[in-house]
Design a protein around this ligand. Structure first.
Ligand code: ATP
Ligand code: MG
Ligand code: MG
Ligand code: MG
Length: 365
């Protein structure tokens, strides 16, 4: 029979809508001769429901992002590693509809999806899943720990300060150390949600407050970007790890912001930025960035896939900004695009991700 894949999307994070749009692309590009899909939606309040597989229901419309509705169904994942089921509880219908799930594809971004939590649930249930495990997901989601683990492998990142719950704002000394501009970010988030560029210290506290709506732990980083480069990393079923060709995002004069904010990513991409795939880099820098991407993948103990985001500073030095363990899979997302240009088309990419997940299994294998 075909491999049964539970595609999980939506979720409790601020990236709920982006996850739905990513899932739409995954559902339309999965090779249906090999894979049977069980769509599982997670509503914003955390309820697990039988999701839609209708692409129309998962589109951005009038600048508003799709949402998983609570539809009266309830999907339950038994925490029993001998079962490999997701059970659909639906009034008037028998349960246990989707037994024998082979693998889960958590197309979830941000908290409760890309941060080790659902990965832990799936480990407990004995269900193989696409993407990195618990530790790598948690460490890559948290920008403080991403930087610490990269530093341990000799890869510096952008200078930063951490504001924990008990510190309201930066001290004078911290301000002097970073200088303006700074980027204020939730430590655990994505899609640029909650991030501000601050060019005047008078605006710092409002930016911290905005970031804290997403995460009580906030990072303030020195603004440094000259060029923005992104690389896809992919693990093959035999354990081989490869980096894609690098891509470059160039913000246009017509963009509303001078950095890669939420609207530039998803709503106004055409006017806001241009993407070079591959990036126009000299061969040596390109090779260096690709090697750093694989090194970062291992530094964070990743499996399956990751997208490594870089800055190239004025003197031509590449610095890793952050690592995304479930990067966007939307039609305009970088991860599937860089792999297409590197010679792995979208359906082959998805097949590889799923086969790698099955080959790895769960537990300490
Ligand atoms: P995603 O997961 O969608 O890639 P994110 O929410 O994790 O995004 P970052 O990638 O850290 O956030 O930052 C988003 C954007 O903000 C960057 O692509 C860049 O344009 C800008 N930015 C972030 N940090 C800095 C910095 N230190 N200096 C200059 N620009 C920055
Ligand atoms: Mg990110
Ligand atoms: Mg992200
Ligand atoms: Mg990023």
């Amino acid at each position: 029979r075909r491999t049964r894949v539970a595609v999980v999307f939506g979720g409790r994070s601020t990236e709920h809508g982006v996850s739905c749009v990513s899932a739409r692309s995954v559902l339309t590009h999965l090779d249906s001769t090999r894979f049977e899909v069980v769509p599982v939606g997670i509503a914003p309040n955390g309820a697990w429901v039988l999701g839609t597989d209708d692409p129309k229901a998962l589109e951005i419309r009038d600048r508003s992002l799709p949402e998983v509705p609570e539809n009266g169904t309830a999907v339950v994942l038994p925490g029993d590693p001998t079962r490999r089921d997701v059970v659909l509880l639906e009034p008037g219908r028998a349960g246990d509809v989707f037994s024998g799930i082979d693998v889960v594809f958590p197309v979830l971004h941000g908290a409760f999806g890309e941060d080790g939590t659902i990965q832990g649930l799936l480990e407990m249930a004995g269900l193989p899943y696409v993407g990195p495990g618990v530790l790598a997901s948690a460490a890559s989601m948290d920008k403080e720990f991403t930087k610490k683990l990269l530093a341990a492998e000799g890869m510096p990142s952008v200078p930063y300060e951490v504001l924990r719950r008990d510190q309201a704002t930066l001290t004078e000394q911290q301000r002097e150390r970073l200088g303006l501009p700074v980027f204020v970010k939730p430590s655990r988030a994505g899609s640029s949600i909650g991030i501000s560029k601050v060019t005047d210290w008078a605006d710092l506290d409002a930016a911290i407050e905005l970031a804290r709506r997403t995460d009580p732990k906030v990072l303030v980083e020195k603004g440094c970007v000259v060029r923005e480069i992104e690389v896809g990393v992919l693990e093959f079923p035999d354990g081989r790890v490869e980096a894609s060709l690098p891509a470059e995002i160039r913000m246009l004069e017509s963009a509303a912001a001078d950095w890669y904010d939420f609207d530039s990513k998803y709503l106004d991409a055409d006017q806001a930025c241009e993407v070079d795939i591959p990036a126009k880099l000299d061969d040596e820098l390109s090779a260096r960035i690709r090697a750093m991407s694989v090194a970062a993948f291992h530094a964070l103990d990743c499996q399956g896939l990751a997208r490594v985001d870089f800055f190239v500073t004025a003197d031509g030095t590449p610095i890793i900004n952050e690592i995304n363990t479930m990067p966007g899979f939307t039609p305009i997302s970088m991860y599937p695009k860089v792999w297409a240009v590197t010679g792995v088309d979208y359906p082959t990419l998805l097949t590889t991700l799923i086969e790698t997940a099955i080959a790895r299994g769960t537990g300490l294998r």
